[in-house]
Structures are given as structure tokens and as C-alpha cells.
Ligand binder design. Structure first.
Ligand SMILES: NC(=O)c1ccc[n+]([C@@H]2O[C@H](COP(=O)([O-])OP(=O)(O)OC[C@H]3O[C@@H](n4cnc5c(N)ncnc54)[C@H](O)[C@@H]3O)[C@@H](O)[C@H]2O)c1
Length: 350
């Protein structure tokens, strides 16, 4: 199956391209990037494909069946929609888009065209997350009434002044960039509960004084002091659903010297703490004694699982858990958190 990778930056090189290269059925025909050197570097590094600057040329090639959209968030919707309309199946990186409105438009076009549109919520292909989903589905936790998601870093704003901290490009900060994964895991494991009310606050505090910002970690590029910083660096939220109540505490940067990246699924029979991207612990009581254990299992590369499933569903038409129809719920929830924060009141979603 001939595929193209649109956007040849960090995630393309770290995950999409190597995973396509490992898939015996996929062949990368184009590496596309508006920075020609990046597309050319991929051709040279991976020894296949043609470098191209304009994604429309990729879409005009009838041999191309599927594309990965690995660009910054501001062009996810435009490129994904153009690709669907050109008859291509699409795996678009997370978040689906900058806003719920943009994501809804993507969903509409997916429904119109019938082509596949999956969002890169890669944790739906993570073995740990899938095992937790089984424990919950099997009733091992009893009623899961509360889920607490914590994605807090000490001082770790990415690429200060660049694409990640510019709302026009990214759509938001810590919530849309990290929160999308955490909320998506909660939704997946809890059977996509319907959000009823959302109350949230977002803060843009530590990066505002760009030159004065001392940091522990600056991933996604060096600071650009003449750039823009107008996104959230932390978020708190409470979401009531027809399933568990979800509370969220997230921060790219906080004046607390801990990195806490976990999700607690709290049930009346047992609870699970998932260490994000890693393993998990189950807490329960048996015969009057407190018990905790850590299941041992083999963790495969979730990006490889995601790409393999994408290639396969392009052939079979199978609807994957990462389909836009499920991810749209996370998009709506995140939008409601931003709306609630802007209006300083609870948002009722019905
Ligand atoms: N799934 C994950 O865990 C994960 C991790 C990191 C990033 N991401 C997502 O992947 C996306 C890209 O992030 P990144 O860190 O790789 O960014 P990046 O800046 O490293 O790479 C993006 C690339 O897209 C190119 N580009 C921009 N506009 C383009 C266009 N119109 N046509 C073709 N190429 C274009 C840029 O030149 C750049 O090379 C973001 O949406 C991000 O949220 C997901």
C-alpha cells in the first residue's frame, strides 16, 4: 500500500516513518514538508520515496491510498479534509484540530466521503491501557465512579515562543497538547462516557515572562524570546459524565518540584493507577486484607501497533477505536474546559 507522510518533523521521524518502514505492506512513496530539506533528509535517511513540498501533489497521485498528517495543529483540519476529499485514508496526529468546530468539520467530511479518518491517540494502541480497559470491562473494579488524571511537570514548557506556545498554531497549551492523551485514555477505558457538565480553569503564568523563565526542561526546540506565548501552561477541570466523574490536574509547568504523570481509575471494588506510558498497579481488598499487585506483561511499541492497525483498516474498512467519531468526544470536552475557563462558569453539555 503506497502511503505518504505529510510533515517530516519530530513525530514523523520518531514514530510514523519507522513504523511504516517496519510494516511489510506499506511503502512510503512521498515525504512531504514545506521545509524542503526536511523532506529530502527523510528520503536520504530511509532510502525510499520522493521529497515533495506541496501536499496537494501527494493528493493528486491516484496510487496513494493513505496519508499520515504529522504537521502542527493549525493545518490538521485543512490537510485532513483535502486528503479525505481526494479519496485518501487519513491518520492525523493528535489533537484532531485546534478547536471543536474544526474537529466537527473533519468528522462531517469523513462521513461525507466514507474514507477513514483516525486521530493519533496512540494510547488506544497501548498494551497497558488495553489491559486496564479489560479489567474495567470485566467489572474487576466494580463501579468506576471517579477518574483522576494528573499530568503535571515541574517547569517543562515546550519550545517557548514557538509553535507549541502560539495559540493560533497549537490551539492551546498543556490541555490540548498533553491533556488530549489523558482525557482520551479515560474515555477509552471507561467506554466513552457522555460528558454532562464541565468546569475548568486554565492558567498562563510561568512562561509569560519569557526571558525570566527558568526551566528544568525545554523540549521541542530552544526558546524564541521574540516569539509568542499565549497558551495555558496549566489546567484544572471537573467533568461530570453519565459514567465516572473525571478530574484533571495538568501542567507543562508548575512551581512544584515533581513530575506526576498518572491516571487513577477509582472503583468501589478496586482501583488502578496507570503510570502514563508505563505499567499499572491494582489496589483492592481480599479477605479483609489490603492487596496490591502489578500485572506483568509484554509492552509492544504502541506507535507500531497504531500504524499496523491503520494499514490494516485501510484494507478492511474496520472502524478503529481512534476513529474521529470517538475522538470528537474528547475534542468537545477540551473545548468545554476552555470555554468554562474563559467564562468562569460551568458549561452544561446537553
Ligand atoms: N502522538 C504523540 O504522542 C505526539 C507526539 C509529538 C507530537 N505530536 C503531534 O504531531 C504533530 C507534529 O508535531 P511535531 O512535534 O512533529 O512538530 P514538528 O514541528 O517537529 O514537525 C512538523 C513538521 O510539519 C511541517 N509542516 C508544517 N506545515 C506543513 C504543511 N502545510 N505541509 C507539509 N509539512 C508541513 C513542518 O515544516 C515540520 O517539519 C503535532 O500535531 C503534535 O501535537 C504527537
Amino acid at each position: 500500500m503506497k502511503v505518504a507522510v505529510i510533515g517530516c518533523g519530530t513525530i514523523a521521524n520518531a514514530a510514523h516513518i519507522p513504523s511504516y518502514m517496519n510494516n511489510p505492506e506499506a511503502e512510503i512513496k512521498y515525504f512531504c514538508d514545506i521545509i524542503p530539506e526536511r523532506a529530502q533528509a527523510a528520503v536520504e535517511k530511509y532510502g525510499c520515496g520522493t521529497a515533495i513540498v506541496d501536499y496537494h501533489e501527494v493528493l493528486a497521485d491516484p496510487e496513494i491510498e493513505a496519508v499520515s498528517v504529522c504537521t502542527p495543529n493549525n493545518v490538521h483540519a485543512t490537510i485532513a479534509i483535502d486528503a479525505l476529499r481526494a479519496g485518501k485514508n487519513v491518520l492525523c496526529e493528535k489533537p484532531a484540530a485546534r478547536t471543536y468546530e474544526e474537529a466537527k468539520k473533519m468528522q462531517e467530511v469523513q462521513h461525507e466521503t466514507g474514507k477513514i479518518l483516525n486521530i493519533g491517540v496512540v494510547n488506544r494502541f497501548n498494551d497497558s491501557v488495553n489491559l486496564i480497559k479489560k479489567y474495567i470491562d470485566d467489572g474487576k473494579l466494580g463501579e468506576v465512579y471517579h477518574v483522576y488524571a494528573s499530568f503535571r511537570a515541574h517547569r517543562s514548557i515546550p519550545g517557548l515562543g514557538g509553535a507549541f506556545t502560539t495559540k493560533e498554531i497549537a490551539g492551546g497549551g498543556a490541555l490540548i497538547d498533553w491533556g488530549v492523551h489523558y482525557l482520551d485514555i479515560v474515555m477509552y477505558c471507561c467506554g466513552d462516557p457522555v460528558a454532562k457538565t464541565v468546569s475548568g480553569e486554565v492558567f498562563s503564568k510561568l512562561g509569560v515572562d519569557m526571558k525570566g523563565y527558568a526551566y528544568k526542561d525545554m523540549w521541542a526546540g530552544p526558546p524564541k524570546f521574540d516569539g509568542i506565548y499565549d497558551v495555558d501552561d496549566s489546567v484544572i477541570a471537573m467533568i461530570r459524565t453519565d459514567g465516572p466523574t473525571i478530574t484533571v490536574h495538568g501542567a507543562w509547568a508548575q512551581n512544584i518540584g515533581e513530575n506526576e504523570q498518572y491516571i487513577d481509575f477509582i472503583g468501589d471494588k478496586a482501583g488502578i493507577r496507570l503510570q502514563y506510558g508505563k505499567d499499572f498497579t491494582i489496589y483492592t481488598a481480599e479477605h479483609g486484607a489490603l492487596v496490591e499487585y502489578k500485572p506483568q506483561f509484554k509492552m509492544r511499541d504502541h506507535f507500531q501497533n497504531e500504524i499496523d492497525a491503520f494499514i490494516n483498516c485501510c484494507k478492511t474498512g474496520e472502524k478503529l477505536p481512534s476513529h474521529i467519531d470517538t475522538n470528537i468526544l474528547t475534542s468537545r470536552m477540551m473545548q468545554a474546559i476552555y470555554d468554562s475557563a474563559e467564562q468562569h462558569r460551568e458549561i452544561v453539555l446537553e
